[in-house]
Design a protein around this ligand. Structure first.
Ligand code: GRF
Length: 205
């Protein structure tokens, strides 16, 4: 097994994906530890939950910085100080600057509540219901310079039912998000992910 990885999680809200990663690390399912949780919103519910679990939980408000890159530099400084190997975006509602992405190339993951490249951006579940698709799902991908665009690590499908609302579909997709996000982090921390261009290959153990 490679050395245990250090994971930083960026959030803006509820933090349920962050908590499922934290849980999986604590159970020993992931060869890594969440060393810091950073929120751009001081009142994020997830920040409180992380602190209650004993994780280091910091607020860095984007409002304190004149532009995106200066905010990103402040966040990266905190991640690098803790020698973070992997950054997990988990409901983090800020676009990363190209500078941040290049600093952590193929080391930033995001979870999206739709089967990319369908329905990028906000409210992926509502977009799916409104479009009338029969299948949607969730995607874990590496982050590149474009929104919800980088190399795809894991996707899993969820059936869209005739009577689904945005909320009912979101609830079922969220369960899948928690599963595939922890799986992807587990694979990264076991050094089993290899990226070539847009493709992510999963090595055997
Ligand atoms: C999730 O649906 C995720 O896919 C999206 O934002 C939501 C965050 O939920 N990017 P939580 O904060 O992890 O509970």
């Amino acid at each position: 097994m490679p050395a245990r990885k250090k994971i930083g999680v960026l959030i803006s809200g509820r933090g349920s994906n962050m908590m499922s990663i934290l849980d999986a690390c604590e159970r020993g399912d992931i060869n890594g530890d969440v060393v810091v949780v950073i929120s751009n919103k001081a009142n994020a519910e997830g920040l409180q939950k992380a602190a209650e679990r004993g994780a280091e939980a910091l607020a860095v408000s984007h409002r304190d910085f004149p532009d995106r890159e200066l905010f990103d530099r402040a966040v990266v400084e905190k991640l690098e100080k803790r020698e973070v190997n992997l950054v997990c975006l988990a409901g983090f509602m800020r676009l990363l600057s190209p500078w941040f992405v290049s600093r952590f190339r193929n080391r930033v993951m995001n979870i999206h509540p739709a089967l990319l490249p369908s329905f990028p951006g906000l409210h992926g579940q509502k977009q799916a219901v409104d479009h009338g698709v029969k299948i949607s799902g969730a995607t874990v991908h590496f982050v590149d310079e474009k929104l919800d665009h980088g190399p795809i690590i894991i996707q899993r499908a969820v059936e869209v039912r005739d009577d689904d609302s945005e909320d009912s579909l979101a609830e079922r997709i969220l369960k899948i998000e928690h599963q595939i996000y922890t799986e992807a982090v587990k694979l990264f921390c076991a050094d089993r992910l290899h990226v070539e261009g847009r493709k992510v290959f999963i090595h055997d153990k």
